[in-house]
Design a protein around this ligand. Structure first.
Ligand SMILES: [Zn+2]
Ligand SMILES: [Zn+2]
Length: 485
């Protein structure tokens, strides 16, 4: 009995000592944990990395395994986008990337397979040339412009050139994707170029152009409203396709997928293709005596039939095969175009320039501009010398709302340094890590990001401390227990 009470009192003293030491060292612990937490918590921290400018978007290339979210629409006009591989998470938050323009393939090289399982080292172009282990959701591409000419096997798409083990969910694209190639295996997909993974709840309103630039060799050529070739699972996608495929070889065109095929050889898979909607037209030729001319509103050629398939709708889809092989098929093929331009001014929706050919009536839109709401601002918290303020804007035309922070006021006198410390640590963190405010937009998201980061770090500091305490207490109990035996 006495031994037991000795053990207990010893344990209590040890624990109290530990707590006191811990409290004394809490600042150091917090510092240490901040460093440790940063390493441990790459994913948690990056879950809050905001994307609010073209520069932020370009920066993803340097940390392609992290997670991001958009905080506003982003206009990529005038920026050359070099595709890169991405393996993280992007939550677009319903925001749009405008005028993304791509004229080259990325560095990723992946193997693609034709219907005879021949393998090709292939290059890709899209927002990301490769998506693997990635998730992109709630992101829109408005006026995407891809125009690639290459001498290598190549696939292009909107979000991914090559995709595997990845998910594309609730994303939209509107734009024009063109590929000119001639080396054995190439194609254009409305959402992804080649591969597998999941494409769900997406909307593509796309003009796809694929041109074989060499009439002397027979190539394998692919086009699909979702994916040019591969075996993506597809659910509840809406595809509006305007396809133009000029092919001196073998055509595989589909409203959803050009060629549905499991790869590599021996792959067993149960696919799933349900609830998709396709409308539009694919105009193509297959300059080939051994003509097959696969073109269908859903899937051009089906190599594997092991997939669930229901509730897919094909509405007003037109398979438009032509038999003159000397002119590249293009959306606009007028001999004497006369253009008239009209600029639609930005308001509560994106602005754009509309071009109409007066000769033939062809219409296209380009040069989108960011929304310009007529905000009326209400200050919700005044800024002081030590604290940011905030204001809320309500668009008088459409009711859209936006909250921005207001920068701290310039100090009028030299502030007492001790006093400045009285602000809450969260706000201090937010203020200190702030770069000089260049625009309200930039401030808004930096603020959000740093605040969440600070909360995450505090949480982990506390967790580490708690774990340390429990572990140490365990050791103490064990040692004391041993002593009593
Ligand atoms: Zn508005
Ligand atoms: Zn015309």
């Amino acid at each position: 009995m006495r031994k037991m009470s000795k053990v207990i009192s010893g344990f209590v003293v040890a624990l109290l000592t530990l707590v006191m030491v811990s409290m004394g060292a809490s600042v150091k612990a917090a510092e240490a944990s901040e460093e440790l937490g940063e390493k441990l918590l790459i994913s948690a921290r990056s879950a809050t990395t905001p994307i609010g400018s073209p520069e932020d978007l370009l920066e993803i290339a340097n940390s392609p395994y992290e997670a991001y979210h958009l905080v506003c629409d982003i206009d990529m006009s005038g920026i050359e986008w070099k595709p890169f591989a991405f393996h993280g998470l992007i939550n677009g938050g319903g925001y749009s990337i405008l005028n993304l323009t791509i004229a080259e393939t990325g560095d990723a090289v992946r193997e693609t397979y034709d219907g005879n399982m021949k393998v090709y080292d292939t290059k890709f172009a899209a927002l990301f040339d490769e998506l693997s282990g990635a998730n992109i959701n709630n992101l829109n591409l408005v006026n995407l412009r891809i125009d690639v000419e290459t001498d290598e096997p190549c696939f292009i798409g909107s979000f991914a050139g090559y995709m595997e083990n990845s998910t594309l969910d609730n994303c939209t694209v509107q734009g024009m994707l063109q590929l000119r190639a001639h080396d054995r295996m190439f194609g254009v997909g409305g959402l992804t170029g080649y591969g597998c993974g999941s494409v769900d709840n997406c909307h593509a309103d796309v003009t796809l152009v694929c041109i074989d630039t060499d009439a002397t060799t027979k190539d394998e050529q692919f086009m699909g409203g979702v994916c040019a070739a591969g075996y993506p699972d597809m659910h509840h996608n809406t595809i509006v396709i305007r396809g133009y495929d000029s092919d001196h070889g073998y055509v595989h065109d589909g409203g959803l997928v050009g060629m549905y095929m499991f790869y590599p050889k021996g792959t067993k898979y149960k696919g799933s293709i349900t609830g998709n909607y396709v409308s539009g037209k694919i105009t193509f030729y297959e300059d080939n005596k051994n003509r097959r001319a696969y073109c269908d509103g859903f899937i051009g050629e089906i190599m594997n039939w092991d997939f669930d398939n229901g509730s897919n709708i094909r509405k007003d889809f037109v398979r438009d095969e032509v038999f003159t092989y000397d002119i590249d098929l293009m959306p606009h093929d007028c001999a004497n175009p006369v253009w008239k331009e009209e600029v639609i001014a930005p308001g509560c929706d994106f602005g754009y320039t509309k071009r109409i050919c007066e000769t033939c009536g062809y219409e296209e839109t380009d040069h989108y501009t960011l929304k310009d709401h007529a905000y009326e601002w209400t200050v919700e918290r005044e800024a002081t010398e030590t604290q940011r303020g905030s204001r809320r804007g309500v668009c008088k035309d459409c009711g859209a709302q936006k909250t921005e922070s207001i920068p701290m006021l310039e100090p009028k006198e030299t502030p007492a340094p001790e006093k400045a410390e009285t602000e809450s640590s969260l706000e201090e963190t937010g203020a200190q890590s702030q770069e000089p405010a260049e625009s309200q937009q930039a401030e808004e998201y930096d603020w959000e990001g740093t605040q969440k980061f600070a909360i995450a770090n505090n949480f982990w500091a506390m967790l580490l401390l708690a774990l340390g305490l429990v572990g140490a207490a365990g050791v103490v109990v064990y040692v004391l227990w041993k002593k009593t035996r």
